[in-house]
Design a binder for this molecule. Structure first.
Ligand code: ADP
Length: 248
């Protein structure tokens, strides 16, 4: 409980700081990209074109990063509703296979009896994608991604969505810091360290929780425990009340 509070406070502080920064930085990037566009349009010199392309790519990376920062520092309320979890996973499967590449097999094991949860559909999809991309990065030589839905074993008011890979796994010191904003073990330009902290923040806001089970050399399973909802009866207000204990 204490570490949860600390986690929430850390995220709030970083969120406030980054929200403002990301916004200003994005405006600067717009100016940079605009000027690069002009340079590209006005030169016939291949060397200049190439240099402009390089700068353009760097600016694009920067713009992706600021989008992630803005998503992370979001202050607006989530649109929570009753979401058919299995449907969401099936609807996202095309997107998932596109982002994973050919050497990763996707398996799904969906519990037909327990699909409705309290969630923001779009944000949960973003979270699922974030987890899948982490899984991909952990399986450079290929492997299997398994997405499972099942009733929570210890709490029947909850449904567990787990995203499991057969990748490198995480040592205990990485697990301990994985939810920290900006913690990454990936090379610069590849990792931002915001994926898992974003997933954590979103799921907590939906009244759920996130758990990591991982073993080095075996793989990782990220488990989202979400609140079960009775189809159609979940109101935004009820979900909001439950989310108040989480990160807002
Ligand atoms: P990023 O992916 O940008 O590094 P994240 O917050 O998503 O940021 O992840 C933080 C770190 O947690 C990663 O750098 C990686 O070391 C570790 N990690 C996350 N997911 C996995 C996974 N599925 N397998 C192995 N390590 C992982």
């Amino acid at each position: 409980a204490e570490s949860e509070l600390l986690q929430a406070q850390k995220m709030e502080a970083v969120g406030q700081l980054t929200g403002g920064l990301a916004h200003d930085f994005n405006n600067l990037l717009t100016a940079v990209v605009g000027n690069l566009d002009l340079i590209r349009a006005r030169t016939t010199e291949p060397r200049i074109t190439r240099l402009a392309e390089n700068a353009f790519k760097a600016a694009e990376r920067g713009s992706k990063l600021t989008a992630q920062l803005l998503a992370f520092s979001r202050t607006q309320k989530l649109a929570t509703q009753s979401v058919d979890l299995n449907r969401l996973i099936l609807d996202a499967s095309d997107l998932l296979s596109q982002s994973l590449g050919a050497n990763i097999a996707i398996k799904t094991d969906l519990d037909a009896g327990a699909p409705f949860v309290v969630a923001d559909y779009n944000q949960l999809e973003v979270s699922l994608l974030n987890l899948a991309i982490n899984a991909r990065d952990a399986m450079p030589d290929g492997g299997t991604l398994t997405i499972t839905t099942a009733p929570n074993q210890t709490d029947d008011r909850r449904i567990t969505l787990s995203v499991k890979d057969t990748g490198t796994g995480m040592p205990p010191d990485v697990i301990a810091r994985a939810f920290d904003p900006f913690f990454t073990t990936k090379p610069p330009g590849k990792g931002t360290g915001l994926g898992l902290s974003q997933v954590y923040g979103l799921v907590r806001q939906m009244g759920g929780d996130v758990d990591i089970k991982s073993e080095v050399g075996q793989g990782t399973s990220i488990q989202l425990s979400l609140r079960r909802s009775i189809a159609g009866t979940e109101t935004a207000a009820a979900a909001q009340g439950a989310a108040e204990s989480g990160h807002a």
